[in-house]
Design a protein around this ligand. Structure first.
Ligand code: SF4
Length: 320
């Protein structure tokens, strides 16, 4: 195969096409070569085993990996810049007490090609221009493989760092490592609580981390990248959704280059001691932030959708 063929083939595969569609009218790949490539090689090591559409237009894929493990990837609604939320690990070691993905710890990191294959499979159904690394796993626990995959997408997959958001729970050193990659990814900081004791209850593996240190590290990242960061706050009824907590959060964010993403918690069957914030309380929380001049968006989520929470579809597949 000539190097021009290889370039076109690699690029076509990143856009979800098969070898037969790798060439164009002026430079088609030889028909015999296409046939051989499709018969002799496995181009994608994972398969989309189940797809669940939500009322908000997102499409969640349960992806079966070559070793039998499963992950989730979600094509998100949006017409201007179609986006997707990808997983970075099988399971998650962070074990947030409200999340299905961390219920049984981490199984393994995804390889670089497994990040790319999530993009490839989702692109077979829809175009994809933006990525959010906010699915199962903590991206900074698998930063090397993630960075390698994102470099391929930047060079050949038409998804540059400006169109990538990487989420982390911290600690500050993890945000620093992300900054040291020297790419201008948007940072998403999963904070969920300002009070260290409460955050330790929600994320016991981060009990030693002071939330204000995380905000300072995120500020430093924003200054270096030139991009505002996003602050994630999962609203749990009676836990972190009070008016006083909204007021304290607004005060802590004054003067910071941050956008707050409020998400009403999606119930997880095994975590029945928790409940989502009531709609009125979630709206009041958002209104307080807005009123204090904080940029913020509330996602009420789709309460009626089964398997809406991150990791639920995989969990159900494990139990089947
Ligand atoms: S919320 Fe994110 S970091 Fe926490 S356990 Fe779930 S996947 Fe891991």
């Amino acid at each position: 195969m000539r190097s021009g063929h290889a370039d076109r083939l690699r690029r076509a595969l990143l856009f979800g096409r098969l070898p037969a569609h790798a060439g164009n009218r002026r430079h088609p790949l030889p028909a015999g070569l296409c046939e051989e490539l499709e018969q002799e090689y496995c181009w994608v090591s994972m398969r989309s085993e189940q797809q669940v559409a939500a009322a908000d237009g997102s499409l969640k894929h349960l992806l079966r990996l070559h070793d039998g493990e499963a992950i989730e990837a979600v094509a998100l609604p949006g017409t201007t810049a179609p986006s997707a939320c990808l997983s970075s690990q099988v399971g998650c070691a962070v074990a947030c007490t409200f999340c299905a993905s961390g219920l049984h710890g981490v199984v393994r990191n995804l390889h670089a090609h497994e990040f790319l294959e999530q993009v490839v499979l989702l692109r077979r159904a829809r175009p994809l221009r933006r990525l959010v690394l906010m699915g199962a796993g903590e991206p900074t626990h698998n930063l090397g493989n993630l960075a390698n995959a994102l470099e391929v997408l930047r060079n050949e997959g038409e998804i540059g760092p400006r169109h990538v958001m990487v989420s982390t729970v911290g600690p500050a050193a993890a945000i620093q490592r992300l900054a040291e990659l020297g790419r201008r990814f948007t940072l998403a900081l999963s904070l969920h609580a300002l009070d260290q004791e409460l955050r330790a209850q929600l994320i016991p593996t981060q009990a030693h981390v002071a939330p204000l240190d995380l905000l300072q590290a995120a500020d430093a990242y924003a200054a270096r990248s030139g991009r505002a960061y996003q602050l994630e706050w999962v609203l749990l009824g009676g836990v972190n959704d009070s008016n006083a907590q909204a007021r304290d959060l607004a005060a802590a964010l004054r003067g910071r280059r941050v956008h707050v993403s409020l998400i009403r918690w999606n119930p997880v069957a095994e975590l029945d001691q928790l409940q989502p914030s009531g709609v009125a309380q979630a709206e009041a929380f958002a209104a307080r932030l807005h009123g204090a001049g904080v940029s913020c968006r509330l996602r009420l989520t789709v309460g009626g959708d089964s398997d809406a929470a991150c990791g639920q579809l995989r969990r159900r597949a494990q139990l089947a």
